[in-house]
Write a protein that binds this ligand. Structure first.
Ligand SMILES: C[S@@+](CC[C@H](N)C(=O)[O-])C[C@H]1O[C@@H](n2cnc3c(N)ncnc32)[C@H](O)[C@@H]1O
Length: 210
């Protein structure tokens, strides 16, 4: 994990909804594809300001339960207020921590959602995070990932140029979303390719088998 990540997101937390408003559409698509049902137990990794948690809690309903983990205390506080305002505090449990070491039991979730967060991890850390997802998902559990997609195009080269020179400002970078998820042992279920300001975004759902 980049040591500045927590600090950067603490500073960004109050403005993040405004700053990242163009990402909402993709997150919504990912949530729709993950298709959480009433009664399910769901985890969101890197929940940010809690927009996804609210949607997940509404889908999981009164009989379901939603957990979230995020590294940033600032994001934690913003999300806590948003969830309380939505009247969903009893359905959502937040944890402050690192996704590379999930504080949850094996085989305990029906679904996990990760939006614009997986591409923040260093390349060797991504399999660790997905390994943790696999551990805490129940057999046949679903994983939903929304991430900037790496492919051979000028937009990706531009993004990578800025990431290499200004990593504190452009902290994430495009990744081979499907390839990484499959390499972690998940079975791909559905994938959608979109573009945000010309930058490729991939939305993938996958299942845990074995
Ligand atoms: C780019 S934001 C995305 C927030 C939200 N998922 C969304 O789509 O709006 C990334 C989030 O991941 C969190 N994060 C970064 N590294 C993390 C880690 N190692 N473990 C847990 N959360 C992390 C950040 O604090 C931040 O809230």
């Amino acid at each position: 994990m980049n040591p500045n990540t927590r600090h950067n997101y603490d500073r960004l937390s109050r403005w993040y909804d405004w700053f990242a408003s163009s990402e909402k559409h993709f997150t919504k698509t990912g949530l729709r594809m993950l298709n959480v049902q009433a009664g399910e137990k769901v985890l969101e990794i890197g929940f940010g300001t809690g927009q996804g948690l609210v949607a997940l809690a509404l889908s999981a309903g009164e009989t379901g339960k939603v957990f979230g983990i995020d590294l940033s205390e600032g994001m934690f506080r913003v999300a806590q207020v948003k969830i309380a305002r939505a009247g969903l505090s009893s359905r959502v449990e937040l944890r402050l921590g690192d996704a590379a070491d999930l504080p949850f039991e094996n085989n305990s979730f029906d679904a996990i959602f990760i939006s614009f967060t997986l591409e923040l991890f260093d390349t060797p850390e991504i399999p660790l995070v997905l390994g943790e997802c696999k551990r805490v998902l129940r057999e046949d559990g679903r994983l939903g990932v929304v991430a900037l997609e790496k492919k051979d195009c000028q937009a990706v080269q531009i993004y990578e140029w800025f990431h290499a020179r200004m990593p504190a400002l452009v902290d994430c970078r495009p990744i081979y979303v499907r390839k990484i998820i499959e390499a972690a042992g998940f079975e791909l279920a559905e994938a959608a390719q979109k573009a945000m300001w010309g930058f490729p975004v991939e939305i993938v759902t996958a299942r845990k088998h074995g």
